[in-house]
Design a protein around this ligand. Structure first.
Ligand code: OGA
Ligand code: NI
Length: 351
């Protein structure tokens, strides 16, 4: 896994003796922003509650839990979900097949390599495939998991053998979980239950991304994922059970997101910020690396159907809260062009 010390040969010649050399990383992996960050345990822990999905549905507790949900999505834009109904043993399997894939020899993984001329799908190695803006310290396996007719199975590993079946099963569960949350946020705002779901549309796009952050000899110079907000409606993240790395920005301060095994870290994406007319916040987050330990996470991006018009839903625009966002369509395609320029894509949707 630690492919990290493979410096390009022309650099090796100019490098000082071996001891120092081991601490070098390829030039193109050096992050130029001032906010590379680190696993600095001096950074404060994020102060977000866990939201219990069982409490969200039971008559005695739902009002209180919905209010917790409204409050955390309006302040932080993310929370940790527990009692979400997906078995821990199954989550372990979903993660295990990702780990098994990343552990395969490079030539096997490269059978599923991304072709940037075609799109973002497939396997991308952080050193080899750093041709676009992202020189992040990350290996990714990026797969469209739904709807059925948008899946490109040529990017789906056949090794381990159970990979495809497990990811399909996971996708079906995530579709349901996302529908549940889209209804819950409407209830949390006292709106008609289906208002977000209807705008989100049927045949919405589901993307699963396995992220592997190999140990990095210079966590002070490289970054796992540079600061960004997600272009999704919601993102569902399964963290590594052992290694922390995700951090969230609020009021110019970075906060560490602790590991809660079996919980999902769920964050608002730009499109829910737009649909809620800015009531819910799409948080900026980043991932830092560790010199000793690799980390793997699995993110599921839930995106509205690309043909849907996405704008503030009924009931979130009023005299006290004028309309802040335009109506957008296929926001994901705008998202990547802005992202590469380094500006926040959501700026393009503001009135
Ligand atoms: C992402 C992301 C966080 C993580 O994939 O967009 O923010 O912890 N991932 O891997
Ligand atoms: Ni993200």
């Amino acid at each position: 896994m630690a492919k990290s010390s493979t410096s390009p040969s022309q650099e090796v010649e100019t490098l000082p003796p071996k001891k120092v050399q081991e601490k070098e990383i390829p030039q193109k992996m050096i992050y130029k922003g001032s906010d590379a960050g680190s696993l600095d345990t001096c950074l404060p822990l994020i102060d977000i509650p866990t939201i219990d999905f069982v409490l969200l549905t039971s008559p005695e507790s739902s009002a209180q839990e919905l209010e917790k949900l409204r409050s955390v999505l309006s302040s932080w834009g993310c929370f940790q979900a527990i009692n979400h109904g997906i078995e821990p043993a199954f989550l372990d399997k979903v993660k295990a097949v990702g780990r098994q894939f990343f552990a395969l020899p490079a030539e096997e993984k490269n059978k599923y390599a991304r072709d940037i001329a075609i799109g973002f799908e497939g396997y991308a190695n952080h050193i080899i495939n750093g041709e676009e803006q992202a020189f992040d310290w990350i290996d990714r396996l990026y797969l469209i998991t739904g709807p059925e007719d948008r899946k490109q199975l040529k990017f789906w590993p056949e090794n381990p053998e159970s990979f495809r079946k497990i990811l399909e099963e996971y996708n079906a569960k995530m579709v349901k979980l996302n529908e549940f949350l889209l209804k819950a946020i409407a209830l949390a705002l006292n709106l008609e239950e289906n208002c977000f779901l209807d705008m989100y549309g049927e045949e919405a796009t589901m993307i699963a991304v396995y992220n592997l952050y190999p140990p990095c000899p210079r966590p002070d110079l490289a970054i796992g994922l540079k600061p960004h907000a997600d272009g999704t409606a919601f993102t569902y993240l399964l963290q590594d059970k052992e290694v922390e790395g995700l951090q969230v920005l609020k009021d110019n301060q970075w906060y560490r997101v602790p590991v809660i095994p079996e919980a999902f870290v769920i964050n608002v994406g730009d499109q829910i910020e737009i649909m809620s007319n800015g009531i819910f916040k799409s948080p900026i987050h980043r991932v830092v690396t560790d010199s000793e330990r690799g980390r793997m996470s699995l993110a599921v991006f839930c995106l509205p159907n690309p043909n849907q018009e996405v704008g503030p839903v009924n009931g979130v625009v009023n005299e006290a809260r004028p309309r802040l966002y335009k109506t957008v369509k296929d926001y994901t395609s705008i998202f990547y062009s802005y992202f590469e320029k380094g500006t926040r894509p959501i700026e393009s949707a503001k009135i």
